[in-house]
Design a protein around this ligand. Structure first.
Ligand code: 9D3
Length: 255
């Protein structure tokens, strides 16, 4: 798939394909990245891409013409129609379901906001959807664009090995992962859970499932609430709860 990223910091965004799995995806021809800098479509002596907000107030707003120039250049470079995503604090928080949908497209444009935000008329005229990384303040959309690219790269065919195949990812199932251990067997008196050393693969599978369910219950009740647990999963979670008194989500009504 091809990403066209509209950004004032092209080198920052390009670094996502210089390392690790996104780099492998790019080398395998499963990922192509182009960047387009609105500065190159700015006019005037100062090449400004931002201006003061109508109505007053702090900060600056990204102007439409440089953004439109960059996006039109991206659109003119290539065949397939562009699905245009803007990374903004007002967007829907990115999740694996959105990633799965985006990863099936052949071309996606990612528009990165900076300053206080983007002139709303650009969003209305050009943007198909807004995405955010979550409810905290970043300096711009670039890290969001890089997150989208990284997460999509992992889902492209042939990019991941069998071992950490995308299907095995417990997030795909809506659960947190179980704990992991490697050598040595003991560290300052902290031992690896005995079941993992025993070679009973049925018992290991059940333990991992119980831990995944239990940790999701205790740390991310919002994720668990979306699931319809089957009977065996309910039993495993009951076992976990019995072993972890008061380990779950606390609410004000508990106090
Ligand atoms: C008045 C409040 N503003 C500044 C504190 C709002 C604001 C404007 C622009 C906050 C952040 C930004 C820049 N951030 C992004 O462009 C952004 C972002 C984010 O801040 N959090 C989570 N996801 C994203 S995606 C793009």
């Amino acid at each position: 798939m091809r990403f066209d990223v509209i950004t004032l910091f092209p080198e920052l965004v390009e670094s996502v394909v210089q390392w690790g799995i996104p780099r492998r995806a790019a080398e395998a021809g499963q990922l192509e990245l182009r960047t387009w800098n609105p500065r190159d479509w700015a006019t005037g002596v100062h090449q400004a891409v931002d201006d003061r907000p109508y109505g007053g107030g702090p900060g600056m707003v990204m102007q439409v013409p440089p953004l439109k120039g960059a996006l039109d250049a991206a659109r003119a470079n290539g065949e397939a129609p562009l699905h245009v995503v803007a990374l903004t604090p007002q967007g829907r928080p990115l999740d694996q379901a959105r990633v799965r949908e985006l990863a099936q497209r052949s071309r996606v444009a990612l528009v990165c906001g900076r300053y206080e935000g983007i002139d709303e008329r650009f969003i209305e005229a050009e943007v198909d959807e807004e995405l955010s990384l979550g409810d905290y303040v970043l300096s711009g959309g670039e890290l969001g664009a890089m997150a989208v690219i990284d997460a999509c790269a992992r889902l492209r065919p042939g990019v991941l090995g069998h071992a950490d195949s995308a299907e095995q990812d417990s997030f795909t199932e809506g659960l947190l992962d179980c704990p992991h251990y490697t050598r040595p067997e003991e560290l300052d008196g902290h031992r690896v859970p005995a079941v993992l050393l025993g070679g009973d693969h049925g018992a290991i599978r059940r333990w991992r499932r119980r831990e995944a369910l239990g940790r999701t219950w205790s740390r991310r009740p919002d994720l668990l609430a979306r699931l319809e647990l089957a009977g065996p999963d309910r039993d495993l979670l009951d076992e976990y709860r019995a072993r972890h008194p008061r380990g779950g989500a606390r609410s004000e009504s508990d106090d």
